[in-house]
Write a protein that binds this ligand. Structure first.
Ligand SMILES: *Cc1c(COP(=O)(O)O)cnc(C)c1O
Length: 507
């Protein structure tokens, strides 16, 4: 870890809250006690009291606390600060209106065990969101339980397994191969393997598409339970053979799972159900603008065809006339995948997003997202190597081929972007492109911000050829430069002890 000279700006040089501690300093003042003091024993029996003292708790004033935490909050890049071009993540703006709706008392304060008759509004909201997502995807079966895309994926793969077991009986055990393209997100093979499938990898063509000849070959080998496909794929390219891909899998007796993380390129324009897809997951925290990050809370709805719907997680929300109720008695269900009904707050926000935009607004968001990505793709194609010739959908892909001749890699370019005030793009994913840079601007940026980003990238390309060390040593503007990220992830130091040396002290 390289720590640079301490700069003058206070927000760049912050010790730990423990190091600000001064004995006796407090953030409150109480009036003198004017009632008979109760004995401590009467108030709290000795066996319930801790006896190790409270050593090490920082003694600070209110303003110490506020300034400390406000300062360190400014070290973080956030979606409210600027463009966040993380490809495959759809980091779009999280609208304030969503937050306002989620804070409505009746929604925010509702207990998950409240009886049905007292939670009709919440049940109606879940039901309506399910209906809207079914319309958007063209798939009628919905469960909003999964808490993330990866969990929605696993739920979908379990549905496929349950369906095959019910359809084929004993013979189902001979159908355990899941086909997955080499460009897939790592969660795809993980979900398949955890559900008892063996993964076979499908090659990509030079255009970044599924290799149809290889797909047919793998189908002919037999035992195919299904295919997991992202569309547009993780290179940002629409799989134009999707109909034929689905037919090939269906003819082989398998089912088609679509990873819907890239639905921001399709909402309001095209429906996976109409393309022949049997199961899909969505990421409300990507496509439907609910907050994304920190591991949740998220929501990864799983949607499926009518044939697979009997296997969806229970309880199911049902409508009887004007009343909504939860049906726990679904014998064919794969069971519950999440406590209660999933992350309800995310559902409120997503429905708020859908209602804010309406049919035409959702389509416009999709079109703007694709337009923005194509703008970046065109503007940068002179400076950066573009591995595929076809027009991209909602994300643009480049490689470091041109810059690596000067010893500058994708990681260096990403780190240098921080100095220009941007969050780096997705790097080294998908694996099919060496030194990949996947840029997804989303619809939330205007022309001026796009131009500033493009300009930064072009400047970095110039630096890479004129002064490569400048890029290789980046970032230069942050308090801490390059971290040993593997060690930070594997051996995090999360607890302060009096002998802990903070980074501010060593700086
Ligand atoms: C984000 C993503 C996932 C996983 O979604 P999480 O909500 O992060 O679990 C799966 N596939 C693709 C292509 C993704 O981009």
């Amino acid at each position: 870890m390289s720590i640079k000279k301490v700069t003058q700006h206070p927000s760049q040089n912050e010790g730990l809250i423990f190091e600000r501690s001064q004995t006796g300093r407090v953030g409150y003042r109480l009036p003198k006690l004017d009632v008979d003091p109760i004995s401590l024993d009467e108030l709290l029996p000795a066996e319930l009291r801790r006896d190790d003292g409270l050593e090490g708790v920082p003694e600070v004033s209110e303003v110490d606390v506020i300034r400390h935490f406000t300062r360190i909050s400014t070290w973080n890049y956030s979606i409210d600060l600027g463009m966040y071009p993380l490809g495959s993540c759809t980091m779009k703006y999280n609208s304030r209106l969503n937050e306002k709706t989620a804070r409505i008392g009746g929604f925010a304060g509702l207990h998950p065990l409240a009886p049905e008759e007292e939670s009709q509004g919440a049940l109606e909201l879940i039901y309506k969101l399910q209906e809207d997502l079914a319309e958007i995807t063209g798939l009628p079966g919905v469960s909003l339980q999964p808490a993330a895309g990866a969990q929605g994926e696993m739920t979908g793969v379990m549905l496929i397994r349950a369906f095959l077991d019910a359809r084929d009986g004993e013979a189902s055990k001979d159908r355990r191969v899941m086909l997955i393209p080499e460009s897939a997100h790592g969660t795809n093979p993980a979900s398949a393997a955890m559900s008892g499938f063996t993964v076979k990898t499908i090659r990509a063509t030079a255009d970044g598409l599924t290799d149809m000849a290889h797909l047919r070959e793998l189908c002919n080998e037999g035992g195919v339970a299904g295919l997991m496909l992202t569309n547009p794929n993780t290179c940002g390219i629409f799989e134009t053979d999707i109909k034929e891909i689905c037919d090939t899998i269906h003819n082989a007796g398998g089912l088609v799972y679509m990873d819907g993380a890239n639905m921001n390129a399709l909402v309001g324009v095209a429906r996976p159900g109409d393309m022949g897809v049997d199961v899909i997951h969505l990421n409300l925290h990507k496509t439907f603008s609910t907050p994304h990050g920190g591991g949740g809370p998220g929501c990864g709805p799983c949607l499926c065809s009518a044939d697979l719907a009997p296997f969806l997680p229970a309880p199911r929300i049902e409508k009887d006339g004007e009343r909504y109720h939860l049906n726990f008695d679904v014998p064919t269900s794969i069971g519950r995948v999440k406590a209660f009904y999933g992350n309800f707050g995310m559902m409120v926000r997503a429905l708020s997003y859908i209602y804010t935009h309406g049919h035409d607004g959702l389509r416009e968001a999709t079109e703007s997202a694709v337009l923005n990505a194509r703008y970046v793709s065109k503007k940068l194609e002179g400076a950066f190597d573009k591995p595929f010739a076809s027009d991209c959908m909602h994300e643009a892909i480049f490689s470091h081929k041109n810059q690596s001749k000067k010893g500058v890699s994708t990681l260096d370019i990403a780190k240098r972007l921080i100095d220009y005030g941007f969050h780096p793009m997705t790097v080294y994913f998908p694996l099919v492109v060496e030194g990949a840079m996947l840029i997804e601007p989303t619809e939330s940026v205007g022309r001026a911000d796009l131009d500033a980003f493009v300009e930064a990238m072009i400047d970095i390309d110039r630096e890479a050829s004129e002064n490569p060390q400048l890029v290789i040593g980046a970032p230069h503007s942050t308090r801490i430069g390059r971290l040993d990220e593997a060690t930070a992830a594997r051996k995090p130091v999360l607890r302060w002890r009096p002998d802990t040396v903070s980074t501010a002290k060593t700086a």
